[in-house]
Design a protein. Structure first.
Length: 451
């Protein structure tokens, strides 16, 4: 798969604000450590439609919306139902700045959500709940999301386009202090930048679908793991990999329209490039207190690899279970997790390697990353400075030395160049240059001969 030229705009877009906030929300869902909304008793019900069923266009509702990076405060937001479909109802903040999204813009978004993204995500990952009995998922476009980042922070670190807050669906009565329903929160159009940095009507219209399909996977995953089966939320690294996969398959649904494919899948390729540039310092198993674009790239690449190897039904099987993390992957693939990781690590080097025929278990089957990154490098050498970002150091067979920290699920690469009939040599792990590595670490050395 080669990314079309339309994707080359804005490769270096800053997304650290969105990444940090998404990581925080997933960790909150994992720990169930939700804030208490000030002035709201835990058992109180939100202000909502008086009767079950979808809202009517023009009806008003009040929502509680996380208003800072730690959800330590919430805004009370009044919003009007502006566009209602079979699966989706779009509400817009009554205080949204003008000029904003028109009725035709909102109806266009509704059609994308209703006829493409909602059916695609539910078919691939699983079912969504309906705890508020309104038969729809609400898309709330509100000023509060814009204001999560200041204009200065937005310009430096990017913005938060939207999110899913698991407290709205948490069992045990927790959801009643929030909005007690299935809700995706989004920015509003603000072309004059009155709330934070500017967001054009076209930018919101075109970009919101990408964020929705990503966050909707998180929502389905939470419902299937927590509400349906009474388990724990999926570990962040795998949950994120599945959401990035959701972006990719949404883009593929538009092919052969390369422009729309790129709109959805470009960030996946960009993040993968960041990971392959820094495998030695980027864990796949993302720690709870970190999260970088490179680590997100690792999550998507690993998810893409196991889907290629174990079939298109795998994402749904990973979501519809009580198992999480490595145990989930091992159970659903029927393969030891450490063996799968080792093969994935080799695949990142040998899949599509020139003058080498990789075995089927060491291949990406849909993407041809050396071609993809080569084209990106030719068109945007600033953001993609190398034709292929993974460049292992080269050592002679008589003296191979590589040092550093081992990160969970990733590792360092080295190419050993040995002449024909060269003498045998020994490969050895050590800690601090001499002491044995602790058995608790369980390091792995994986070798493949390519010539």
């Amino acid at each position: 798969m080669v990314m079309p030229q339309v994707a080359f705009m804005g490769a270096g877009a800053r997304r650290s604000s969105a990444l940090a906030f998404d990581h925080f929300l997933r960790e909150m869902g994992r720990t169930r450590d939700y804030p208490r909304v000030q002035g709201t008793p835990a058992a109180s019900a939100p202000i909502a439609s008086a009767t079950a069923g979808p809202p009517t266009v023009g009806s008003l509702r009040s929502f509680k919306v996380c208003a800072d990076f730690t959800c330590s405060k919430f805004d009370n937001v009044g919003a009007k139902a502006q566009s209602v479909g079979q699966h989706i109802a779009i509400y817009v903040d009554t205080l949204a700045p003008s000029p904003g999204s028109s009725t035709s813009d909102l109806d266009s978004l509704k059609r994308v959500f209703d006829s493409r993204l909602y059916p695609l995500d539910t078919a691939v990952f699983g079912n969504i709940s309906d705890i508020d009995s309104n038969t729809v998922v609400i898309v709330l476009m509100t000023n509060t999301v814009n204001k999560l980042v200041s204009k200065a922070r937005c310009n430096a670190e990017g913005f938060i386009a939207g999110f899913f807050f698991s407290g709205d669906l948490a069992p045990g009565g927790v959801s009643s202090q929030f909005n007690n329903g299935e809700i995706f929160y989004s920015i509003v159009a603000d072309p004059n930048g009155t709330l934070s940095c500017a967001h054009s009507v076209a930018g919101v219209r075109d970009g919101t679908g990408v964020t929705f399909t990503h966050e909707f996977q998180h929502m389905i995953n939470f419902v299937e793991h927590v509400r349906v089966r009474g388990g724990n939320e999926e570990e962040g690294w795998l949950d994120e990999g599945l959401s990035k996969y959701a972006e990719e398959i949404a883009g593929r649904s538009y092919l052969p329209n390369d422009s729309l494919f790129s709109l959805y899948a470009f960030n996946d390729a960009y993040d993968a490039y960041q990971y392959l540039s820094t495998t030695q310092t980027s864990p796949l198993l993302i720690p709870a207190d970190t999260g970088t674009l490179a680590e997100v790239g690792a999550s998507w690449l690993f998810t893409r690899y196991i889907v290629d190897q174990f079939g298109d039904s795998l994402p749904g099987r990973l979501v519809q279970t009580t198992l999480i993390g490595a145990a989930n992957v091992a159970a659903r693939t029927g393969a030891r997790f450490d063996s799968t990781i080792a093969r994935w690590g080799l695949t990142n080097w040998v899949s599509d390697l020139p003058n080498f025929t990789a075995p089927p278990e060491l291949k990406y089957k849909i993407w041809h990353f050396r071609s993809t990154f080569g084209q990106l490098n030719r068109n945007d050498p600033r953001d993609f400075p190398l034709p292929y970002p993974l460049v292992p150091p080269i050592s002679g067979g008589h003296a191979v030395s590589l040092s550093g920290k081992l990160w969970a699920g990733s590792g360092a690469y080295v190419r050993v160049m040995q002449p024909p009939n060269g003498a045998a040599f020994t490969l050895q792990f050590s800690a601090n240059g001499s002491a044995p590595v602790s058995p608790a670490i369980v390091p792995r050395l994986t070798v493949i001969r390519i010539r």
